[in-house]
Design a protein around this ligand. Structure first.
Ligand code: F6P
Length: 559
């Protein structure tokens, strides 16, 4: 049997799945889980409208504050018993022990034998020496670029920064650079290139002048195909502009990576590599040197404020009791919606244009972490794990997919994220943003029954079409405004929420073997696509598509 049949066409494996060989696991068989199942049957029959009518203190009971942050979860389909049962389950899952093990530096990423230390990156004075050393180097570097002490090979100041990376080496810094536009330093523009499709790099390079461009190759491993292909093409582009002068590389390329040797092999000198340790997971790496593009965009001082916000939440997460612990509470609500109420997806709606890339960032953070089926004990789970995370900025989403939320058949829990004060303030916009955000979460929660139709709405016979069932749960997170500190808080809240969810589902949130499998297949298929290896060992679909590619290629060449 070759590798292909093992991975793709193993019939026995398929039959095993179909027959449902999974036994009732230690989680679903527990009293704590069963109590939640029973309780969910009661809550499924209750409408949010009823829950609100029955309890005038619902907002006070089901909201948390942390500093200026407000987390309102009163529009979740819960009551006090739900929270009590969820907290009992959290204790059963030993969330505190796992949290303490993470903070003690234990190798809780057991399949890779690694500790989980992204929180150390923002530990301030108590951070490890190597972390503080790299931060010090980043600070010097940012100031050199900013004040033109660092110049390009021909002596021109740096005006364009291009972050080349993908996944965690792209989504976090890209989201933050976009979100913090109000804080960008004058005179420098930051670009992001991630896609293997050459259109991404080519269209970015079109805008740039090599003499004033600095590339950051951001890659934990420094082996990721997309990143290395883009970095090599950018390197060739630069060399062409400098007539093949290799010395130009060290003035125009720096790296953020764990793999210093590989970066050196690429031509980046050691002093231009900003390293981090392998206990930082890719999707948890925005507080490492992977955030260099952010620091260059907003200045190092503000980058420190961002780290300070994340540190503030680390301290809260580490010390707050179960009742007031924000990341744990968000995780418990997500766990409740997915595992007990049957919500298969969770939407994120930042009512902020600047934060529009947050859903994409959270998609990787949550789905790559908890999109798993084998638990920490090596057993296949008998419950649903990570929901599908998706979203879009409000109010844009209202005019595309919100219809499905209001009147469709899917149960979806949403996170509305909104700022009390705007980051940009042309008059007459922000009150509308706040009103829309609140209107949507209310409409989703309470809906509109036939008795609530306006008189003019019952004139015709379309009343049923106008009714909205409501009962769609949501959280609303209110931030004072978009600034580095609050974004640091937001990032850390979701990081720890993700970690807690992994604990509740008994998963290791820090590996990603599924993604590795996809990479392996792509590598093996490459020579087939180039025509150097026959596709004969592949399935009929792959063979058929490869044949069609080559037919079209020839047609295109003929033209
Ligand atoms: O930073 P690297 O090593 O280039 O990896 C990029 C991304 O690839 C993954 O390994 C898989 O998508 C992510 O976890 C990671 O963020």
């Amino acid at each position: 049997m070759n590798w292909f049949s093992i991975y793709v066409l193993n019939d026995e494996w398929e039959i095993g799945q179909a027959n449902g060989y999974r036994s009732m696991g230690k989680l679903t068989g527990s009293l704590e889980w069963k109590n939640l199942v029973r309780h969910a049957e009661v809550l499924k029959r209750k409408h949010l409208k009823t829950l609100f009518n029955a309890d005038t203190a619902r907002f006070e009971r089901f909201s948390l504050t942390h500093g200026d942050l407000l987390i309102d979860f009163s529009k979740q389909r819960i009551d006090t018993t739900t929270l009590a049962l969820l907290r009992k389950y959290a204790e059963f899952s030993q969330w505190q022990t796992w949290r303490d093990r993470m903070f003690a530096g234990e190798a809780i990423n057991h399949t890779e034998g690694r500790a989980v230390g992204h929180w150390r990156l923002r530990a301030g004075r108590t951070a490890p020496d190597d972390v503080r050393d790299v931060l010090g180097r980043m600070e010097r570097f940012c100031n050199q670029v900013r004040f033109a002490d660092w110049v390009g090979f021909s002596g021109k100041p740096i005006r364009h920064i291009v972050n080349i990376g993908i996944g965690g080496s792209d989504l976090g810094p890209r989201m933050l650079v976009e979100a913090l536009k109000a804080y960008h330093l004058k005179g420098v523009r930051v670009h992001f290139v991630s896609n293997l499709d050459g259109a991404d790099l080519a269209t970015t390079l079109e805008e740039l002048d090599a003499e004033s461009t600095l590339f950051i190759v951001a890659s934990k491993t420094f082996t990721t195909k997309e990143t290395m292909t883009n970095a090599n093409t950018a390197r060739n582009w630069l060399l062409q502009k400098f007539s093949g002068e290799e010395k130009s590389i060290s003035r125009h390329f720096v790296a953020a990576s764990c793999n210093v040797q590989q970066a050196e092999r690429f031509g980046i000198s050691t002093e231009n590599v900003f390293p981090f340790s392998d206990w930082v997971g890719g999707r948890f790496s925005v507080c490492s040197s992977v955030g260099l593009s952010v620091a260059l965009a907003i200045g190092f001082e503000r980058f420190q404020q961002f780290l300070g916000g994340a540190r503030d939440i680390d301290q809260h997460f580490f010390s707050a009791p179960i009742e007031s612990n924000v990341p744990l509470t968000l995780a418990l609500l997500s766990f409740w919606n997915g595992s007990f109420l049957g919500a298969r997806s969770e939407a994120v709606f930042p009512y902020s244009h600047s934060l529009r890339l947050l859903p994409a960032y959270l998609q990787q953070l949550e789905m790559e972490s908890n999109g798993k089926r084998i638990d920490r004990d090596g057993t296949e789970v008998d419950y649903l794990t990570s929901p599908i995370i998706w979203g879009e900025s409000g109010s844009n989403g209202q005019h595309s997919f919100f219809q499905l939320l209001h009147q469709g058949t899917e149960l979806v829990s949403s996170d509305f994220i909104v700022m009390a004060e705007p980051d940009f303030s042309p008059p007459g916009h922000h009150d509308g943003v706040l009103a829309n955000c609140l209107a949507q979460s209310s409409a989703l929660a309470f809906g509109k029954s036939s008795t609530e139709l306006e008189p003019e709405e019952i004139q015709d016979s379309w009343g049923d079409y106008r009714c909205c069932p409501g009962n769609q749960p949501s959280n609303t997170l209110v931030l004072p405004t978009i600034e580095p500190f609050t974004l640091g808080q937001l990032v850390a809240i979701y990081e720890h929420k993700t970690f807690c969810l992994g604990v509740l589902w008994n998963l290791n949130s820090f590996d990603q073997w599924g993604v590795e499998f996809g990479k392996l297949l792509a590598d093996r298929l490459r020579p087939v696509i180039s025509g150097n290896v026959s596709p004969e060992m592949y399935d009929a679909s792959t063979r058929g598509i490869v044949a069609h590619f080559s037919k079209l290629k020839h047609k295109f060449i003929k033209k």
